[in-house]
Design a protein around this ligand. Sequence first.
Ligand code: ADP
Length: 496
Amino acid sequence: MKHILALDQGTTSSRSIVYNERLEVVASAQKEFTQHFPLPGRVEHDALEIWESVLSTAREAISRAGITPSSIAAVGITNQRETVVVWDRKTGEQVHRAIVWQDRRTSEAMSAFREAGREQLVQHRTGLLLDPYFSASKLSWILQNIPDGQARAESGELAAGTIDSWLIWKLTGGSSHVTDVSNASRTMLMNIRTGGWDPDLLRLFNIPGSILPRISPTSGDLGTVDASHFGTAIPVRSAVGDQQSALFGQLCTRPGLVKCTYGTGCFLLAHTGTDAVASANRLLTTVAWQIGDQPLEYAVEGSVFMGGAAIQWLRDGLGIIKSAPEVNTLASGVPDSGGVYLVPAFTGLGAPYWDPDARGTILGLTRGSTSAHIARATLEGIAFQVADLVAAMEKDSGKKISVLRVDGGACASDLLMQIQSDLLGRTVERPVNIETTALGAAMLAGLGAGIWPDVDALSKIRSVDRRFEPTVTATNRHARLKTWKRAVKRARNWEA
Ligand code: ADP
């Protein structure tokens, strides 16, 4: 039996999972790492601690699986996206802590670019909107804030990359400086149509091309793990951004197939085939993946900042529940939200609003309102935000999304999924395996290693746990969506 080692490097923890050829989980290990918040709005990770957490969980997973490392046909990597690391090519040491996707330190620089009329160029080349979220402005910040950064970058002393790139460098003992095209598409430096670094964007952000990794297909030859790490050399056969990996893990591999991941935030991605479809509704266009030498495949993406995190707020901020799953019992105690609406704009609103100045709002409170109504309004607030993304996607494509495939921790909530189906008027489909992120990387690595001949060979892997069908009338849905829009209006521009 052959195995695949998937390395899932997330924002708060690293997980390593050993799969067998049938894509069953043989063993796994997980480790959290430190979040650094040096100043308000700043979020950093120690790249060395990330690497050590990946290496130690990988070793632990292999040992728990009780397999010989030589049976591992391939390593697959999936990772938190946009977070950027700069390191010294000679010593292999980071020159600054990694700047995390959540970090807002380059907000002003991005506003200045917007005011200077750069957004159109950036959106056209990269499919992204000018926002500190993406890697380019963070990379530029590091080069300008370490001693002689720009000169050291230009002389070839430094290397940079997203987390996949950093991990592959470490895994291969510094012999591969490479990233995959899905990760590169989130840097704001790659032309998503050509799949190459864009000279105009490098100039705009003042990034010397020599500091960047080679861009590789998502599934292919990304280097060989040095034998010193696991006792034997193992090929790295995939690297893929976490959301694109979940899209693949849900087998959304044909145009029109859509998934939503309900984690801390919610991420809705629709596969659009080999066309990069520009959004007229402020969604992002991104590379889904590239398999071997086949053409690039694309997705449109919308993200909600507060998804499951809103439930955590009920637990940690309000203290009306003791654990996340308790929200379901509490909210089930009432038949509806009793007219209460909660807009989870705690950190602003993401797509399609992109309003950093919006703030969380609870509306419609009366003397009869209880914690159960607020709990229910919170679940509805998550589902309304996803419904807004689905509506934006349908407006863009002119096509109806008939089924939404769901995954992520909060999709375990039957109530949330039922509410989602009611508010969409669509089928919501939950697979048995909701851990689709690591699964996608394992599938892509197995394809790269030739374990399966093609994507079709994987179709038997996915099985459905439950389908949720709408239970409310269209009139009820439309009335609630209309009130939601009014609530969003009141939450917007609060900080301004
Ligand atoms: P991430 O990968 O972003 O850390 P996960 O996919 O692990 O997130 O999902 C965790 C989120 O899911 C948490 O925000 C938590 O509030 C929510 N969650 C977990 N279990 C449940 C449940 N049974 N019901 C509702 N929400 C849940």
